[in-house]
Design a protein around this ligand. Structure first.
Ligand code: PCA
Length: 211
């Protein structure tokens, strides 16, 4: 591996909530080492545990020093690849995490801003994934569980750490299998990374909803 090659950090989560697999990690590990538009993908597994997931994220950021970070998580019940728009500074767990932690109305980062936007070109990504024949859309909520926790912490780090000042990042939720077969999910995330690597300015087209 060329040490000067810009890196894409791609994370996935371990299974949670009684599941035996998590497609987010299956996708990330399938793409580990992939050469994407002049970048090299490095995959890392995050625990589905409040706090501990951020320690792993910090280790991964330090190890990869990425130009681009895309964190993946499973959103059971959704049927399309969801490009998340916004991370909020709230932990509010409906179910326990994998260590039995269940924070309610806690800040991810006390004293930090209420929310951060993804710095990925979310609409161009959703458009291009759909163009590849895979269901995708912009989502306006990443929830309040460990995925939003990681998304918020990632964006806070990108916004505040000088060493990460030039890195862009965001979060993508994927459907369960078999709602979307794993091969389609992998193809969809390849397109997410291609568009994210190549596109600096998002397209101006609505992904708005009334509710
Ligand atoms: N999905 C959960 C946490 C881990 C995952 O893959 C979520 O959406 O918060």
């Amino acid at each position: 591996m060329n040490a000067t090659e810009p890196r894409i950090l791609l994370t996935g989560f371990e299974p949670f909530g009684g599941d035996s697999v998590n497609p987010s990690w299956e996708i990330a590990r399938a793409l580990d080492g992939w050469a994407c538009e002049g970048h090299r993908v490095g995959a890392e597994l995050l625990p589905c545990v409040f706090g501990d997931a951020l320690l792993r994220l910090d280790e991964a950021l330090a190890a990869h020093r990425p130009a681009l970070v895309v964190c993946l998580g499973l959103a059971g019940g959704r049927t399309e690849i969801s490009i998340e728009r916004v991370a909020i500074n709230v932990d509010d767990a409906r179910i326990p995490d994998n260590s039995g932690r269940r924070p309610v109305d806690m800040a991810v980062e006390p004293g930090a801003p209420a929310a951060y936007f993804s710095t990925l070109p979310i609409k161009a990504i959703a458009r291009d994934v759909r163009g590849a024949g895979i269901a995708a859309g912009v989502s306006n909520t990443a929830g309040t569980f460990v995925c939003n926790h990681v998304f918020y912490a990632l964006m806070h780090r990108l916004a505040t750490r000088p060493g990460l000042a030039h890195a862009r990042g965001g979060f993508v939720h994927v459907p369960d299998t078999p709602a979307m077969p794993l091969a389609d999910q992998i193809a969809g995330i390849r397109q997410v990374l291609r568009t994210a690597a190549l596109t600096r300015h998002d397209v101006r087209e609505t992904a708005g909803r009334e509710h």
